[in-house]
Design a protein around this ligand. Structure first.
Ligand SMILES: Cc1cc2nc3c(=O)[nH]c(=O)nc-3n(C[C@H](O)[C@H](O)[C@H](O)COP(=O)(O)OP(=O)(O)OC[C@H]3O[C@@H](n4cnc5c(N)ncnc54)[C@H](O)[C@@H]3O)c2cc1C
Length: 398
């Protein structure tokens, strides 16, 4: 059976659905089909993240992350208000626990100024007022950080598409893509869909999909982020969001405390290699995925650069005591008994052949396709702006 549509979007995570939303807003006349391999929406990164609306404090002023987070937050506010999705700008603290972290905290303060984001320097007393159980020598308070339910956003985006007459098809894995003679052929199960244009928002699988229509500038390196949560009677240890000062050489923010929109308090995530693209525990190993990591020279180059940080991350993964010690740097009263396991997520982080972890969002074009190459955190925050950008790029090919 062959179906014909104007646009296929692969992936019903928040980036895919935000892109479909932007495309149908810009061109209501187009027929559009979203294909998702899982039986439910937001089954991977989007449904397994920290739920933070990032302020944009960390990123280079000239980066896509900075501009798309700025625009994405505006769009997120409008979208959530329109659809009654609860979100809250509760603010966060970034805490320097030792004097040696102060220069990096000051650099962040400068970066906040460059990006036009309010960040107020506070001492131990100010920190105590905001987060009575946190300790540090100095902190930055960033009022613009917030929390939201990204799965509720995804549900609303999908409902909007369906209302406008488009289909979001679940349990529909794209097995193959062929681009020729101005069309894209999409193989799904036994059937073929032809489209004039295609967007690949396949998250952890995006590089493999992209490779079917041409060369890819980077491959996906899956990094699992494991979480614990505070037991219900210990949630009062944390009011809002408590973060460490990040290592600027490493793309992840370090284990932190996050109050979720449902009242839960998450502790984590760490960052360890996942030997399955969608491997949410050490025991999940997919031979093809594991071999790809082990055999790629870029993985070894990466390991050579980050082995020290990596050893610490693995230790915190296998030992609850080590994880608790990391959390106690921020909130000394937390104990092993206060924590229970919570579902992990896996980040789709792009790595270039020379072993560099791509920092910024990245996209790649072919004649009829736009492929998302790198959309790690804060892509959920920026999703509606990423969608606008991809839609403009794709429609320029129409
Ligand atoms: C642990 C963790 C914490 C994070 N915290 C935050 C945060 O607090 N704030 C923030 O802004 N960002 C955060 N992020 C980042 C954010 O979650 C992601 O950047 C965002 O969800 C990416 O969305 P996506 O749609 O690209 O990917 P995904 O949500 O992974 O969606 C991709 C979809 O494509 C589907 N797919 C793949 N291959 C195929 C195929 N062949 N056929 C059909 N469908 C296919 C998958 O099943 C999946 O549903 C976090 C990420 C992680 C992992």
């Amino acid at each position: 059976m062959t179906t014909d549509v104007d646009v296929v979007v692969v992936g019903a995570g928040i980036v895919g659905l935000a892109t479909a939303h932007a495309l149908t807003e810009a061109r209501p006349d187009l027929s559009l089909l979203v294909l998702e391999k899982e039986p439910t929406l937001a089954a991977h990164q989007t449904g397994r993240n920290s739920g933070v609306v990032h302020s944009g404090i960390y990123y280079r002023p000239d980066s896509l992350k900075t501009s798309l987070v700025r625009r994405g937050r505006e769009l997120l506010n409008e979208f959530c208000a329109e659809h009654g999705i609860v979100h809250e700008y509760c603010g966060k603290v970034i805490v320097a626990v030792e004097d040696s972290e102060l220069p990096r905290l000051r650099d962040l303060e400068t970066r906040a100024g460059e990006n036009g984001i309010e960040a107020n320097r506070i001492g131990p007393a100010g920190l105590h007022d905001l987060e009575p159980h946190a300790t540090g020598v100095e902190a930055l308070h960033v009022p613009a950080a917030g929390i939201v339910d990204y799965v509720a956003m995804v549900d609303a985006l999908a409902a909007g598409l369906t209302e406008r007459g488009h289909e979001v098809r679940t349990s529909a894995r794209v097995d193959a893509l062929h681009e020729d003679r101005g069309r894209v052929r999409v193989e799904v199960g036994g059937s073929t869909i032809t489209a004039s244009l295609l967007v690949n928002c396949g998250g952890l699988q995006s590089d493999r999909l992209a490779a079917q229509t041409g060369d890819t500038p980077a491959r996906i390196m899956p990094f699992r982020g494991e979480y614990h949560e505070l037991k219900a009677d210990r949630r009062d240890l944390v009011n809002n969001l408590i973060y460490p000062v990040p290592d600027p050489e490493f793309p992840f923010l370090g284990v932190h405390f996050t109050r979720m929109i449902d009242g839960n308090v998450h502790a984590g995530p760490n960052a360890v290699p996942a030997f399955a693209r969608e491997g949410y525990a050490w025991r999940n190993v997919v031979p093809r995925d594991a071999w790809e990591i082990i055999s790629a020279p870029s993985s070894w180059k990466l390991a050579a650069k980050y082995w020290k940080t990596g050893v610490g991350e693995v230790k915190r993964s296998v030992s609850l005591k080590a994880m608790t010690r990391a959390l106690q740097r921020l909130v000394p009263d937390v104990t092993v008994d206060d924590l229970e396991p919570s579902p992990a997520g896996v980040r789709a982080q792009a790595i270039t052949p020379d072993g560099t972890l791509l920092d910024d969002f990245a996209f790649a074009d072919t004649e009829r396709c736009v492929h998302v190459v790198n959309a790690p955190s804060p892509a959920a925050t920026a999703s509606l702006a990423i969608g606008e950008q991809i839609a403009a790029r794709l429609l320029a090919k129409a």
